[in-house]
Write a protein that binds this ligand. Structure first.
Ligand code: M6R
Length: 369
């Protein structure tokens, strides 16, 4: 079933352009997002004063990207809560709260219990799920399916990019229903979305060999750090999780701005650090801040691997390696930036002779609390 690929994970990464394209398909009409499954569910988005996104692991990082999209387009405050933390306090939720759960399997017990809890408290519930008819969507008021196709490898890849895609669609849908996003902004976002599959394919074509070679050189590395800001922060967390899961290397993701509040003490000569550099076209300030973070760690001897937009030369004097991604809107960049990190984890695990699809101690879906 691997269709000639060395692992399911390799196959699933290669399927990412399709996962995104299939998740968008049928949900765009004349430059606007219209999600047929949410027909008749406009009330879910009207009169809400808060959205809580709940999920575990990789799905929670997709949720952190989704927060930016929902706040920007639907103009509602959004919090992201790990599902297993959400239930064990006394959250302020009620009938004007929309709880959005995200789960590839739709069977993760922690997430399911969070959804049930939210319903008992009277909240409205919507699930983003990759598995038709799974338990979480059945327990929710509404569902938006990701169409990534079955994901077999324990490390989630194509489901993650499909989850972010679904959240971008959801943000635009909710913004249209609430009247908080202009037709022109929505049309521009839709064009950005529709361009993503070809751009992911380009990252795969241009960077797979480069990143694989990089991982080969780093097979003896004991620790890797990942830095990002804004939507790059959850991608830093996801890059670190992928590495932990399948290559058993200590890895940590940080918000780049936190560096000087502690983590910079970890930097010693030779420490590999991946940095997600946001495009200067979106925010010159954000870009400049991350460039200065890069200079700070470089000055302390870090080995810096930067993921940067094509043509961004600002970083060349300070980077040991530059991985390029095509230009995309600010909220769309994470879908491109995560791809090299997935390839890196996979290649490093392979270089260490590990089972990429079935890492030790982990199950594909965690059906116990
Ligand atoms: O099936 P789910 O999306 O609910 O799973 C959530 C997490 O268990 C999952 O994303 C986990 O973190 C993956 N192994 C990450 O690669």
């Amino acid at each position: 079933e691997k269709g000639g690929w060395p692992s399911f994970m390799a196959k699933e990464v290669a399927e990412e352009p399709d996962a995104v394209a299939n998740t968008i398909r049928g949900r765009v009409q004349d430059g606007a997002v219209v999600i047929p499954e949410l027909d008749g569910s406009d009330e879910l988005f009207r009169g809400i004063d808060r959205i809580i996104i709940t999920a575990c692991g990789t799905a929670s990082y997709a949720g952190m990207v989704g927060k930016y999209a929902l706040e920007q387009w639907a103009r509602v405050p959004v919090d992201v809560e790990l599902a297993h933390e959400f239930r064990y306090r006394d959250p302020v939720i009620g009938e004007n709260t929309l709880v959005v759960s995200i789960s590839q399997s739709g069977e993760t017990m922690d997430t399911l219990m969070a959804v049930k809890y939210a319903r008992e408290r009277g909240a409205r519930t919507l699930s983003i799920c990759n598995t038709q008819g799974a338990t979480i969507p059945r327990e929710s008021d509404a569902v938006v399916y990701t169409h990534a196709g079955p994901e077999v490898a324990v490390a989630s890849t194509k489901a993650f990019v499909a989850q972010i895609t679904a959240l971008l669609l959801l943000g635009l849908h909710a913004g249209r229903v609430r009247g908080t996003v202009s037709a022109a902004d929505a049309a521009a976002a839709v064009a950005d979305l529709e361009a993503l599959p070809a751009k992911i394919a380009k990252v795969l074509a241009d960077e797979q060999a480069h990143v694989t070679q990089l991982a080969g050189w780093m097979a003896d590395t004991r620790s890797v750090l990942f830095l990002g800001r804004h939507v790059g922060y959850p991608i830093a967390l996801e890059g670190a999780l992928k590495l932990k899961e399948i290559s058993y290397i200590h890895a940590e993701g940080f918000a780049a701005g936190e560096l000087k509040h502690g983590p910079i003490a970890l930097i010693e000569p030779g420490q590999p650090v991946f940095v997600l550099l946001p495009s200067p076209r979106h925010s010159a300030l954000l870009h400049a801040k991350v460039v200065s973070n890069i200079q700070e760690i470089r000055a302390r001897g870090a080995r810096v691997i930067v993921i940067a937009e094509e043509g961004d030369a600002a970083v060349l004097p300070f980077a040991d390696e530059v991985i390029r991604i095509p230009l995309a809107g600010a909220l769309f960049e994470p879908i491109l930036a995560v791809v090299p990190l997935q390839i890196f984890a996979m290649a490093l695990a392979t270089a260490k002779g590990l089972d990429v699809d079935q890492p030790r101690n982990l199950a594909k879906s965690v059906t116990v609390e």
